[in-house]
Design a protein. Structure first.
Length: 308
């Protein structure tokens, strides 16, 4: 049995340290549910707005534990052949042609040959069940709400027993259950039957203090005053009635862009010129480019000045 390079954390404090070691700023509530999910071998269901760091948790976990990361990116119309497995039909047809050319007439032998492991194309679900003892992968099922209820029901069966039945080969059972992280942006409700098999955590937008710490870690070249202004500006935008509020990922992108432009502080022109890195819908950009953006920036600078 292959040993784990990095063992699972044995306490909530170790979980916090593990995340911090990968520059992921997490609260105690998230560290607690993550620790319990690892100890109880239960899937972790993460719900929240897009861009708040749900997917990043799986990436950080795989890196911290030195495990492979298997990602199933969900989308409308996702089916078994794309998510679980399919057969390599061109290779199977070639083998049948070769058997015919050589006069092979044992149909059972031909069938065993073409439906063998070497012709099996393993998709993310099957890959996630392939981990050896002590090296089970982190299995990220990303944006589950984009799929339909039929696939959700199919996934429920897999997560119940960590096995897949392939008619031509039999049942493939995970030697060790993968570490499962499920994310959803809540564009639709996920069935309770699946949620009951998971531990749950709502990933919210961070507070200003936490978001400032994230900028310090992710964009170390960003000037301190600029970092404070960026975070304060974004926090105020999230209080407005926008079509899509900026997430943490957009805050990082904006701080990075401003640093690349050698800006030390925000001004109305810079805000207007760089809004495309922060907001992704034209109606939102048009609103902030106008008087609303200047008002927000004036409020930000006034508040930061009073805080000094």
């Amino acid at each position: 049995m292959m040993s784990i390079t990095n063992p699972l954390p044995t306490s909530i404090e170790e979980t916090l340290d593990m995340l911090a070691g990968q520059d992921y700023v997490a609260g105690r509530a998230l560290a607690t549910v993550l620790f319990l999910a690892l100890r109880m071998q239960r899937p972790l269901f993460l719900e929240g707005e897009a861009g708040v760091g749900k997917t990043e948790i799986a990436k950080v976990l795989a890196k911290a534990l030195d495990r492979p990361l298997i990602r199933l990116q969900c989308y409308e119309g996702l089916d078994v052949s794309s998510a679980v497995y399919e057969w390599n039909y061109p290779a199977q047809m070639l083998e049948i042609r070769l058997a015919e050319a050589t006069g092979e007439d044992d149909r059972s032998a031909i069938e065993r040959s073409i439906f063998s492991e070497r012709h099996l194309i393993r998709r993310p679900v099957l890959q996630a069940l392939d981990g050896s003892g002590g090296r089970a992968p982190v299995f990220l099922i990303d944006e589950l709400d984009r799929t339909d209820e039929a696939f959700e029901a199919f996934l429920l069966e897999i997560l119940s027993d960590y096995q897949v039945t392939i008619p031509e080969l039999g049942t493939i059972v995970a030697q060790e259950p993968p570490i499962v992280i499920i994310t959803t942006n809540r564009t639709r409700e996920i069935h309770d039957a699946l949620k009951r098999r998971c531990l749950y955590h709502w990933v919210d937008y961070p507070s200003a203090e936490v978001e400032l710490e994230i900028i310090r870690l992710k964009v170390p070249g960003c000037h301190e005053e600029l970092s404070r202004q960026v975070v304060a500006f974004v926090q105020k935008l999230r209080q407005m009635d926008l079509f899509k509020s900026p997430g943490v990922a957009e805050t990082i992108d904006w701080a990075t862009a401003l640093t690349e432009l050698d800006r030390l502080a925000l001004d109305p022109e810079t805000v207007s010129d760089t809004l495309g890195t922060l907001l992704k819908y034209q109606d939102d950009i048009a609103r902030i480019e106008g008087g609303a953006g200047r008002e927000v920036l004036a409020d930000v600078k006034a508040e930061l000045a009073r805080a000094l």
